[in-house]
Write a protein that binds this ligand. Structure first.
Ligand SMILES: Nc1ncnc2c1ncn2[C@@H]1O[C@H](COP(=O)(O)OP(=O)(O)OP(=O)(O)O)[C@@H](O)[C@H]1O
Ligand SMILES: [Mg+2]
Length: 308
């Protein structure tokens, strides 16, 4: 449905995108996950014809897209990273404005606007000026504006940034419903939890390049780090340290009063671990799990944390 080939873009000496190629199938919820400055917004801006690429091409439903394509644009909705609302207009009138821009017949537009105000829980505040809205309400309205013409494809650039968990969950519900309706989505984020929760397929982007791509399961397999359990004891004596290594195997690391057990190699369950420790007669003060995640994969691939 969407094919991107070798997209590159530089701003002076800064390479924002370097030969990015992607294929997104109809109905897919594709996540572009990357840290600040990775090139996510540049990618979305090029796809939504706000910025022109230096090279590369984009095909939507088999048709090549350029800055002047208007027919394809009608199929697309864009949620920009920076909130794009008229502060002096009401929620209702903002939606009406965007809808009129797309030339939707009045009766249909009225219906779409009411439906979106309902979905985004803004019905009660629909006649209030946006200037009086909270950050979460603005984010929801920003999302609704992208949907007012009922697009088949939506590009969303970090639509949940800077809002509280409750508003974020509300947006997740809306997005999951869009997914059920079969809307094709490209979604950028720097929250790995979000990518894990929402996306069918994830591309990890850093310094303008896709460095890994796949389903969550495939990406987890790429993660070379081992899953482990770190156990802190009240006090560990020399003999007890030796005993821990004997019981849990050579990959066990004992450091001071802490012991790190690799569960990846031993396939151990927590209950077994605790009962073995009990038999040695040790007191546990803390247990910490290190699980595979997109965060650890990103760390493997780039040597830095996703949020750095
Ligand atoms: N108009 C511009 N002029 C100069 N440099 C730019 C411009 N737009 C983007 N850049 C640079 O291109 C790189 C990619 O920026 P981009 O905004 O696409 O990243 P991002 O992944 O969206 O980051 P964030 O998570 O902070 O939104 C950055 O180094 C940025 O400084
Ligand atoms: Mg951005």
């Amino acid at each position: 449905m969407i094919i991107v080939r070798n997209l590159s873009k530089s701003f002076g000496s800064i390479t924002a995108l370097k030969e990015v190629s992607l294929e997104i199938r109809k109905g897919e919820f594709y996540g572009l996950l990357g840290p600040n400055g990775a090139g996510k917004t540049t990618f979305i801006n090029i796809l939504s014809s706000v910025v022109s690429a230096d090279s590369g091409s984009i095909f939507v439903d088999g048709e090549e897209m350029d800055m002047h394509t208007t027919e394809i644009k009608k199929k697309i909705g864009v949620v920009p990273q920076e909130i794009a609302l008229y502060e002096d207009l009401s929620a209702h009138d903002n939606l009406l404005f965007w809808g009129k821009n797309y030339g939707i017949p009045a009766a249909e537009l009225k219906q779409n606007v009411e439906q979106l105000l309902h979905i985004t829980s803004l019905e009660n505040r629909k006649n209030d000026k946006v200037a009086h809205f909270s950050g979460g309400m603005k984010r929801r309205l920003n999302l609704a504006c992208a949907l007012v013409h009922k697009p088949d494809i939506v590009f969303m650039d970090e639509p949940t940034v800077g809002i509280d968990p409750q508003s974020r969950n509300k947006i997740y519900d809306i997005l999951q419903n869009l997914q059920k309706e079969g809307i094709t989505t490209i979604y950028t984020t720097h929250y790995m939890e979000e990518a894990e929760k929402l996306c069918n397929r994830i591309g990890i982007i850093d310094h303008g390049q896709i460095i890994a791509e796949g389903t969550l399961q495939q990406l987890r397999k790429m993660d070379q780090s081992t899953e482990s359990i770190s156990i802190q004891f009240e006090k560990l004596m020399g003999e007890q340290k030796k005993e821990l290594v004997e019981v849990f195997g050579e990959t066990t690391i004992v450091n001071g009063d802490t012991c790190v057990i690799s569960t990846y190699q031993l396939d151990l369950k927590l209950a077994e671990i605790i009962s073995k420790i009990d038999r040695i007669g040790l007191n546990i003060t803390n247990i910490d799990f290190k699980k595979k995640s997109l965060e650890t994969l990103f760390l493997n691939l780039t040597g830095k944390k996703l949020r750095e």
